[in-house]
Structures are given as C-alpha cells and as structure tokens.
Design a protein. Structure first.
Length: 134
C-alpha cells in the first residue's frame, strides 16, 4: 500500500485558512448588504431572474430569487426541472437553495446577476401597480 502523508498534503491548504475565512466574510458582508437593501424596498411579491436555461430542454432553468423561504424573505437559487410525471400536476421538480447553503463559487457567481434581480423587482413592482389600475 502507498504511504500517503495527509498532514503534509493538507498543510498548504490549511495555510490558506485565514485568507479563506476573510474571503467568506467579504462575500457574506456583500450579500448581507444586498439582502438588507431588498428588505427595505416595497416589493409586493417574490422576484425571480432566470440566469441559466437548458437549450435542449427550455423547461429546465435556474433563477436567482428574492422569495419567502422557511418563513422569511431571502435570497435563493430556485431550480426547475421538467417532470411531466409529477403527481401534483405541476410538471416541474422545484428545488430551492437559500444563500446560506451556497458554495463559495455560487456566492461569487451570483453577484453578477444582482443587477438583473433588481431590474426584475422593479418590473414586477410596476406590473403589480398596473394591475391595480384596471
């Protein structure tokens, strides 16, 4: 059997721990700022921005969302997967992943979609207002 020194292999990664902890703190602070801003805005419903669609199956897509999850409004990734055999008639398997469960890479990648989420919130709010005028 090969003798593997796991402590030696792990040492360079372990040396990065303080910098990694700081990186997560920076990301968490940015997302806390985004969440705080969204909480203060008069948004009447959940907001979704589709950032990824499957070209082979347009019914499969992922959204960055500002929505109620487990009793409070929060930032989430919502994934829809086409499944016409659903028993509830929805035809989609839906999974919701709140920010707290995102990987570090997801926390960085989703920052690119924040302006589009705010644009979707403005559009949805305007549509809500327009619906009350008819």
């Amino acid at each position: 059997m090969v003798n593997i020194d796991l402590q030696q292999l792990a040492a360079p990664i372990e040396a990065l721990r303080p910098e990694l902890d700081d990186a997560y703190k920076r990301l968490d602070a940015k997302w806390a700022e985004i969440t705080k801003c969204l909480q203060k805005l008069p948004i009447p419903s959940s907001v979704y921005y589709t950032f990824d669609e499957n070209p082979q199956c347009p019914e499969d897509y992922d959204c960055l969302a500002w929505t109620k999850y487990n009793g409070k409004k929060r930032i989430c990734i919502v994934s829809y997967r086409w499944n016409p055999n659903q028993y509830d008639g929805s035809e989609h398997d839906i999974s919701t992943t709140p920010y707290e469960e995102w990987s570090g890479q997801q926390r960085i990648a989703m920052l690119d979609h924040v302006p589009d989420l705010f644009a979707a919130a403005a559009k949805g709010t305007q549509e809500f207002i327009d619906q009350t005028k008819n």
